[in-house]
Design a protein around this ligand. Structure first.
Ligand SMILES: NC(=O)c1ccc[n+]([C@@H]2O[C@H](COP(=O)([O-])OP(=O)(O)OC[C@H]3O[C@@H](n4cnc5c(N)ncnc54)[C@H](OP(=O)(O)O)[C@@H]3O)[C@@H](O)[C@H]2O)c1
Length: 329
C-alpha cells in the first residue's frame, strides 16, 4: 500500500449485499482535534451495518456515499488530535465509530476520544471489537430497563432472552448472570449447549412448539424479556409475562411500536419497551473491564480477513451467526 493510502471496503449506493462492497485504496483519515487515529486490529459486524446498506435507515444513515461500513473496532493509537487528553500513540483501545461516518472496514480509522476506551493485553482485539454495539445494547437493556443490578444485589428477576446465541444475546445472557436473575434463553438446537455454558438456567429450542410459545420449562413467568430475535408477536409474549412484565424489544417493527403506544395509553401493567442503544463511554469501559476480569467473554462466530470482508458481510446478512463476526486487516 502506498504511503498515506489504505485498503478499505466501500459501497456507493443502497442495496447490492456482499456484491455491492468494493475494495478500494483511499487516503488514511486525519484525526480532528477530538479524535484519535487508529491502526485497526479487528472490526466486528452488526446487523445494522448491512441494514444501512439495504436502505433501512435512510435518510439518516449513511449520510453520504461512498461509505466505509463498520463501527465496532479495536486497534492501536497512531496519532492524536490536539485536544485529546487520555491517549497517546501506542495505546491499545476499543472504540465505537459514528454510524454517520463509519470507517471500520479499513486498515485505519478515526474515533472520537469520547467513545474510545483503553484495552489491556488480557483483552484481545477481536474480543474487544465485539463489544461496542452488541455489548452496550445488552447492558442498556438489562441495566436501564429490566431492573437487573449487575453487582448481584436486588430481588431476583425472571428473564427471558430471545436469540441468546446472537451478538447481543450472548452478552445479555452473560451480563444477566452477573445479577440476581433466573434466565430462560432461546436459540437454535445447535447452540443449546453453548447457551447453557454461558449461564442460562433453562434453554428453549425456538423451533420446537414450547420454544415457539416461549414457555419456561419450570413454569416461570418473565419479569422482563430481552428480545433480540425478530418476528414474535405480542400475543406470544403476553401470556408468559408476570403481572408487571416488560418486553424490551431491540428490533421493534411497526406492530411493536403500536403495542408500545397502546399499552401506554391504556396504563397496562404489561409493557413493550422499544430500545435504541445510546452509547456511553463509561459503559463501554465497564464492559471491557468485565472481559479483562474474565467475567464475560466475546463468543466469536468467525474471523475473516479484510481482503475477504464480503464473506463476513454475507454471513451477517444470513442471520445465523453464533456470537460476533470479526474482520481483521
Ligand atoms: N435497538 C438497537 O439499538 C439495536 C442494537 C443492536 C442490535 N439491534 C438489532 O438486534 C437484532 C439482533 O442483533 P444481533 O447482533 O444479536 O444479531 P445476530 O448476531 O445476527 O443474531 C443471530 C442469532 O440469532 C438467532 N436467532 C434468529 N432468529 C431466532 C429466533 N426466532 N429465536 C431464537 N434465536 C434466533 C440465530 O440462531 P440460528 O442460527 O439458530 O437461527 C443466530 O444465532 C438485530 O436485528 C439488530 O439489528 C438493535
Amino acid at each position: 500500500m502506498a504511503e498515506n493510502l489504505m485498503h478499505a471496503i466501500q459501497y456507493s449506493s443502497y442495496g447490492g449485499g456482499a456484491a455491492g462492497l468494493k475494495h478500494v485504496e483511499v487516503p488514511v483519515p486525519t484525526p480532528k482535534k477530538d479524535e484519535v487515529l487508529l491502526k485497526l486490529e479487528a472490526t466486528s459486524l452488526n446487523p445494522v451495518d448491512w441494514k444501512m446498506q439495504k436502505g433501512m435507515l435512510r435518510p439518516l444513515f449513511p449520510r453520504k456515499f461512498p461509505y466505509i461500513p463498520g463501527t465496532d473496532v479495536a486497534g492501536e493509537v497512531i496519532k492524536i488530535g490536539s485536544a485529546v487528553k487520555n491517549y497517546k500513540a501506542g495505546d491499545k483501545v476499543v472504540a465505537l465509530l459514528s454510524h454517520s461516518s463509519g470507517g471500520g472496514l479499513a486498515e485505519f480509522a478515526v474515533a472520537k476520544e469520547s467513545l474510545t476506551v483503553a484495552r489491556t493485553p488480557e483483552v484481545s482485539a477481536a474480543e474487544g471489537a465485539g463489544l461496542p454495539v452488541a455489548g452496550l445494547t445488552a447492558y442498556q437493556a438489562l441495566n436501564q430497563f429490566a431492573g437487573v443490578k449487575l453487582d448481584g444485589s436486588g430481588q431476583q428477576v425472571n428473564l427471558l432472552i430471545t436469540a441468546a446465541s446472537g451478538g447481543v444475546g450472548q452478552y445479555a445472557l452473560q451480563l444477566a448472570k452477573l445479577g440476581n436473575t433466573h434466565v430462560t434463553a432461546t436459540c437454535g438446537a445447535r447452540n443449546m449447549d453453548l447457551v447453557k455454558s454461558l449461564g442460562a438456567d433453562e434453554v428453549l429450542d425456538y423451533k420446537t412448539p414450547d420454544g415457539a410459545a416461549l414457555k419456561s420449562p419450570s413454569g416461570r413467568k418473565y419479569d422482563a424479556v430481552i428480545h433480540c430475535a425478530t418476528g414474535i408477536p405480542w400475543s406470544t409474549f403476553e401470556p408468559n409475562l408476570s403481572a408487571k412484565g416488560k418486553v424490551i424489544d431491540i428490533t421493534p417493527d411497526a406492530s411493536a411500536v403500536m403495542t408500545f403506544v397502546l399499552k401506554m395509553l391504556t396504563f397496562s401493567n404489561k409493557r413493550l419497551v422499544p430500545l435504541l442503544m445510546i452509547p456511553k463511554r463509561k459503559n463501554l469501559d465497564y464492559l471491557v473491564k468485565l472481559v479483562k476480569e474474565g467475567k464475560i467473554k466475546t463468543v466469536i462466530d468467525s474471523k475473516h480477513l479484510l481482503s475477504r470482508a464480503e464473506d463476513a458481510w454475507a454471513k451477517s446478512i444470513d442471520g445465523h451467526a453464533t456470537g460476533k463476526i470479526i474482520v481483521e486487516p
